[in-house]
Design a protein around this ligand. Structure first.
Ligand SMILES: *Cc1c(COP(=O)(O)O)cnc(C)c1O
Ligand code: SF4
Length: 438
């Protein structure tokens, strides 16, 4: 294993199959599925996070490789026949395109609703949904060290290698934060912003510091690099330069948080991952951890309890458990809200108060981040107690509301108000917002 980054894709499958000790049938299956659902995975993930003896049930194998159950049985058979009979790649791709068109790579409403304006113009690369926090998508950071098999952001992964573009984007971000004094936090996201070399990251972060924005209190970077490529923080001059950049953010009087996408305690076991955590913390950042609850990956209370304890031990802060959203191979990964609540509660019950900074299970839905806060009975009716952790309208936050209990419901849109109510209190406002954006 070298620490040179290599992204393996579909054409590397024979080599991967050898490493993971897959048999011929398993290899053909993967060639068929991955023609439709592309994957990208590096050698570190294959060699240090996946246990070949547990494939295909291995959680990190499920997290990073497309699985046959993600396709409809007919689609899978058609693709598999093509691959097995050695059909030309053009024919395979044509069939794959047809199937891909029927999946849902773009979750509804997000893009149209949250694009902000600056001097009357819409600003690309910024999403502003919750009062205090602006999401920023640098063009250079729209890919990942490996792809998660439930995440269909790859549908929007389009790199732009032009660095002039970066400066222009950074300028707009600064103007936007300056003109919106209610914004206190910039969250740089992607893809994975940590695919960017530090000098490129600096092009985005330094202007934010130089502008001395008194309303800006924190800068965060959302990343899966701690799990998928910890060398980003440990190897060479570029890693050291990133740690210095953390120091510069701190010296400018801002909080710096790495928002680590942390799905399974396995990811935090390798020495290099622990070293990365230590270096980031020593540089003055806080690491807050969040991940969705995914069937076959981490749909088990003990897995979460172990994960939060590991985070506690390493000095990381458990932050959110998300419910998987409506995208891509949802049926394969979906966990009903009732089950998510049970997993969360049983894990929460067995950890120390230091881990109970975590909130969840939470749905990032169109009106806001909605917490499943309880399942209870009121006046003889079984209900979900729900609460906004974040709201498109800040006055919704921390307000309790109730939905009829439904053991199968897996998303806010599948819930109906309890006690015979016609609609939830936020629905009129949401309809108005949607109408306005058309
Ligand atoms: C989750 C999220 C944020 C950040 O929310 P916090 O609760 O501050 O972590 C910001 N914008 C959007 C659109 C989000 O989904
Ligand atoms: S690292 Fe994040 S953005 Fe990249 S594939 Fe995984 S969930 Fe999606």
């Amino acid at each position: 294993m070298t620490t040179t980054f290599k992204a393996n894709t579909r054409r590397d499958l024979p080599r991967i199959a050898e490493k993971l000790r897959l048999n011929r049938d398993q290899l053909t299956d993967m060639q068929a599925v991955s023609a439709v659902l592309p994957f990208r995975v590096n050698d570190y993930v294959i060699e240090h996070l996946i246990d070949p003896d547990s494939v295909p049930d291995d959680p990190i194998f499920q997290l990073t490789f497309p699985q046959r159950g993600m396709l409809e049985a007919d689609d899978f058979r058609r693709m598999r026949d093509l691959v097995a009979k050695g059909a030309p790649e053009s024919e395979i791709q044509l069939a794959a395109d047809g199937i891909r068109g029927r999946l849902n790579p773009h979750p509804a409403g997000q893009m149209e609703l949250n694009v902000p304006r600056l001097d009357g113009e819409t600003v690309a690369g910024i999403q502003h949904k919750y009062q205090e926090t602006v999401l920023f998508f640098p063009t250079q950071g729209q890919t990942c060290h490996a792809y998660c098999s439930y995440c269909f952001r790859w549908a929007q992964f389009v790199g732009n290698a032009d660095l002039k573009f970066a400066s222009r984007e950074a300028e707009q971000l600064v103007s936007y934060v300056r003109e919106n004094p209610q914004v206190s936090s910039v969250l740089i996201t992607g893809g994975d912003p940590m695919v960017m070399k530090t000098p490129v990251l600096r092009r985005y972060i330094e202007p934010l510091l130089a502008a001395r924005l008194s309303n800006l209190r924190s800068i965060r970077i959302g990343t899966k690099a701690l799990a998928y490529w910890p060398y980003r923080f440990t190897e060479g001059e570029d890693a050291d330069d990133f740690l210095r950049l953390i120091g510069e953010v701190k010296a400018a009087g801002k909080h710096f948080a790495l928002m680590a996408h942390s799905s399974h305690s396995r990811e935090l076991e390798p020495d290099v991952a622990q070293l990365a955590v230590k270096r980031i913390l020593d540089a003055g950042a806080v690491i807050r951890c969040q991940a969705p609850l995914i069937r076959r990956v981490n749909d088990n209370a003990n897995v979460w309890a172990q994960l939060w304890r590991k985070q506690e031990q390493l000095g990381m802060v458990p932050y959110y458990m998300f419910v998987e959203r409506d995208t891509g191979a949802r049926a394969y990964f979906e966990v009903p809200l009732s089950w998510a609540y049970k997993v969360f509660t049983e894990a929460y019950n067995q950890v120390s108060g230091l881990c109970r900074t975590v909130r969840g299970p939470s749905m990032s839905a169109s009106p806001g981040k909605v917490l499943v806060d309880g399942i209870t009975e009121i006046g003889g009716e079984k209900v979900f107690a729900l609460k906004f952790l974040q709201g498109r309208d800040p006055s919704w936050v921390n307000k309790l509301f109730f939905a009829k209990y439904d053991p199968k419901a897996a998303w806010l849109s599948e819930l109906r108000p309890a006690f015979g109510g016609e609609q939830f209190f936020f629905e009129d406002a949401m309809e108005a917002a949607l109408a306005e954006s058309c």
